[in-house]
Design a protein around this ligand. Structure first.
Ligand code: 13P
Ligand code: MG
Ligand code: MG
Length: 366
């Protein structure tokens, strides 16, 4: 019997702006999961990152299972209704269609899913990021799966030596899912040419070239492409199976010490350094900074162990100081240059109209 991990992430509303959900919203989600979904799901873990709630559910129904998706969607709706009752900001921000109409994908929540035969020791991570985009994981995952400077296993273990296959999505393309499959190491430069642009391209999945098994699934839907207008900002969730034929937990976590500049931050319009934080941390500075939190689990017969809070360690306090300094440094230049995103990326904001209105006919001299 295969085990499935489903991770659903959505912004259900925040206290005082886009900061964090309320305790009652978290309870509304977990109460529904506990009372209504206990027979369908084997186990769940519920947490928040910034203003986004994430439900991690284990079950044996497979990926894209209608009952599981409907159930988790309804749990998120319970949270959104509670947020509306409390008057939270942006209540139900990411759940923009009331009626359930078939597939849950495209209805708002970020969804990452993996279905697999459990290994005897099945270890995995769930990483969630707020105030950024799915492409925020591009650099950490590239380094963890394709660069021996970080992934020592590529040199030290035959199980990893053949490298990995990356599936990369063009997240700006609205008509359909436009993806390309590239192999590391031989396609490394082509991969880098795409992954350098996190606002345009995002890693969707990574597979072992030795076994063909999937390690990584990232939620890559961009809501404004689905909805045709900006609602949420598509803050991503990723599931990463680790160890054995995959990189170790440490190899996946290490690149987060870099704190790469990612798009997002205030009004989804700025660059900030991705800050690793403890689980259930809100945001604060300049509606940010962009943050990532992570939980490590083992799963056996679809039952989860306790979650280990992977960035809750003195090392990450040290890294966070340096990463916060990068963010403070770029904030000094305010709206200018690389501190704010390009006009292309701001195409859904009013700045485009403001600039258009300046395009008056040239003054004719008397
Ligand atoms: P969220 O996408 O996390 O709701 O952030 C919205 C925003 O623009 C904050 O300034
Ligand atoms: Mg929000
Ligand atoms: Mg958010």
């Amino acid at each position: 019997m295969k085990t499935t991990i489903s991770a659903f992430r959505a912004d259900l509303g925040g206290i005082g702006g886009h900061l964090r959900p309320s305790a009652k919203v978290c309870s509304a989600v977990s109460d529904y999961v506990r009372s209504e979904l206990h027979s369908l799901l084997k186990d769940t873990d519920i947490s928040f990152t910034g203003d986004d709630m994430t439900i991690v559910a284990t079950h044996t129904q497979g990926c894209n299972d209608r009952a599981v998706h409907e159930g988790l969607m309804e749990a998120l709706r319970c949270g959104a209704r509670q947020a509306a009752e409390e008057g939270l900001y942006g209540a139900g921000q990411d759940l923009y269609r009331e009626a359930f109409s078939g597939a849950v994908r495209g209805l708002g929540p970020g969804i990452a899913e993996l279905c697999f035969e459990e290994r005897p020791n099945e270890a995995f991570l769930v990483l969630t990021a707020d105030k950024t985009r799915p492409g925020a994981f591009n650099l950490p995952f590239y380094l963890a799966f394709a660069d021996p400077m970080v992934c020592a296993g590529l040199l030290l273990s035959r199980k990893l030596h053949q490298g990995f296959r990356f599936v990369i999505m063009d997240v700006a393309y609205a008509a359909h899912d436009r993806v390309v499959s590239l192999e590391a190491p031989q396609d490394l430069y082509d991969m880098a040419a795409l992954l350098r642009s996190p606002e345009r391209f995002a890693i969707e999945a990574i597979f072992s070239r030795t076994t063909g098994d999937q390690s990584v699934a990232v939620s890559t839907a961009r809501l404004h492409n689905v909805a045709g207008f900006v609602t949420g900002r598509d803050d991503p969730v990723a599931i990463v199976r680790v160890q054995d034929h995959f990189p170790s937990t440490g190899e996946v976590l290490a690149p987060f010490a870099i704190g790469p500049f990612v798009p997002g931050f205030l009004r989804g319009s700025h660059a900030g350094a991705l800050l690793p934080v403890r689980r259930n941390t809100g945001v604060s500075f300049f509606d940010g900074p962009p943050i990532v939190s992570g939980a490590a689990f083992c799963v056996k017969q679809a039952r989860l162990t306790d979650a280990v809070d992977v960035f809750d360690h003195p090392f990450w306090d040290h890294a966070a100081q340096q990463i916060a300094e990068k963010t403070v440094s770029i904030r000094h230049q305010g709206f200018f240059g690389n501190a704010m995103l390009t006009l292309d990326e701001l195409s859904q904001s009013d700045i485009i109209n403001i600039i258009r209105e300046l395009d008056r006919p040239a003054r004719i001299p008397l």
